[in-house]
Write a protein that binds this ligand. Structure first.
Ligand code: NPG
Length: 377
């Protein structure tokens, strides 16, 4: 029986959108490119009851998925925010329905829903974790390591994260930077919990190379094939001993149900932005749990806003693998919240304050802002 989730309705008066540019402490390289500055949209929902904060986790360019920051900004400003302002008084559970007529744009919808959910929960002093169904007060923290110059540099980078206490390592791979990189990390650090992420960089023609990874006893291989290659993922999963985990392909609870039915995945990465919000993320969690699949919480280089919300989500009972919920300083020298998430004994704490449980640092927010708009009723 799913837990009933009913948060207080709020009356939306205005929505502020900001584009932030946050420099990364080190370049982050994946199969789709290198990021040195995080571009992200922060949402502030002004309601009669309280203000709430959300984060739209798009990247500057549509490389991870079809969504990108200027596209999210445009659809939010032109369609999504006006629909919410028209709705007037609404409960967080009504947001997805109010936005459902607009196809896609899940990251934009997720950021808006989080801001309204945060406002609602703050108005009744209720923590997000409690609302979502958290059963833990801290969650194990894994780190996602970008592709480095060469395997030796990768070993050095991983060593530094292990020294900091991260309990699970994920390395990014791409064709030509897979078996040797994985072997180098296994050779250097033995049986540490290790997984790889391909971000859709392979096709079934690479099946023999991907099968070579079986000898490394990985926790999983994440999203080896394209977003819409569900049947090919099933073919691959039948051949590999390494569990196949889907990320980009799982855009909704329905997509998760289909992937499970087709045996395309035996593990699921849950990202609220990718599935259109934290409420849909809980539905993906519930479905996977009922089907016996482990899930873990993915990351999109979130600021302190999204990082706090992810920690709350990852405290649900089905999150049995460590997530990409690293400390704020893994990416940022200066976060936009007053108490950025820190690593404590390999774990991060689930915030216990009202709503997302963190406060915004107004100066840091202003300093990082490169565009701002406020839409009113
Ligand atoms: O710890 O927040 C984090 C980053 C985790 O590797 C990570 N994210 O494919 O999962 C991913 C990847 C990503 C980064 C995706 C940037 C999209 C943009």
């Amino acid at each position: 029986m799913p837990i009933a989730r009913a948060a207080a309705p709020v009356t939306l008066e205005a929505v502020e959108l900001r584009v932030l540019h946050l420099p990364l402490v080190a370049p982050f390289t994946t199969s789709f490119g290198t990021e040195t500055v995080r571009e992200v949209i922060i949402v502030r929902a002004r309601t009669s009851e309280a203000d709430g904060w959300g984060e739209i986790v798009t990247q500057q360019a549509p490389l991870y998925s079809s969504e990108y920051t200027q596209g999210a900004w445009d659809v939010a400003e032109r369609y999504l925010v006006p629909a919410l302002l028209d709705a007037g008084t609404l409960a967080p559970e009504d947001v997805a329905g109010a936005l459902a007529p607009f196809v896609g744009h899940r990251m934009a919808k997720a950021g808006l829903e989080l801001a309204i959910l945060d406002a609602s929960l703050r108005s009744t002093a209720r923590p997000l974790g409690e609302y979502l169904g958290a059963v833990r007060d801290r969650v194990p923290s894994g780190v996602s390591v970008g592709i480095q110059r060469d395997p030796a540099a990768l070993v050095d980078t991983v060593a530094a994260y292990l020294d900091q206490g991260y309990v699970r390592i994920k390395i990014k791979i791409k064709p030509g930077r897979d078996v040797a990189d994985t072997a180098a990390v296994r050779d250097a650090f033995g049986t540490i919990p290790l997984q790889v992420d391909a971000n859709s960089a392979y096709t079934l023609a690479d099946i023999d190379t991907l099968a070579e990874l079986d000898r490394f006893d990985l926790l999983l291989i994440e999203q080896p094939l394209q977003e819409d290659d569900i049947v090919d993922h099933a073919t691959l999963a039948a051949r590999l001993r390494t569990p196949v985990c889907l990320d980009e392909s799982i855009v909704s609870a329905k997509a998760a149900a289909d992937a499970i039915a087709l045996r395309a995945a035996s593990v699921v990465n849950i990202k609220a932005g990718r599935v259109g919000g934290y409420l849909e993320a809980v539905r993906v969690h519930d479905l996977c749990r009922a089907s016996g699949l482990p899930v873990w919480c993915g990351g999109m280089l979130e600021t302190g806003i999204g990082r706090a919300a992810n920690a709350a989500l990852a405290a649900l009972p089905g999150f049995t693998l460590p997530g990409d919920i690293s400390a704020s300083d893994r990416f940022y020298a200066r976060d936009i919240v007053t108490e950025p998430i820190v690593l404590e004994d390999g774990h991060v704490r689930v915030p216990t304050g009202p709503g997302i449980g963190v406060e915004i640092d107004p100066v840091a927010l202003e300093d990082a802002t490169v565009a701002r708009v406020e839409l009113r009723r």
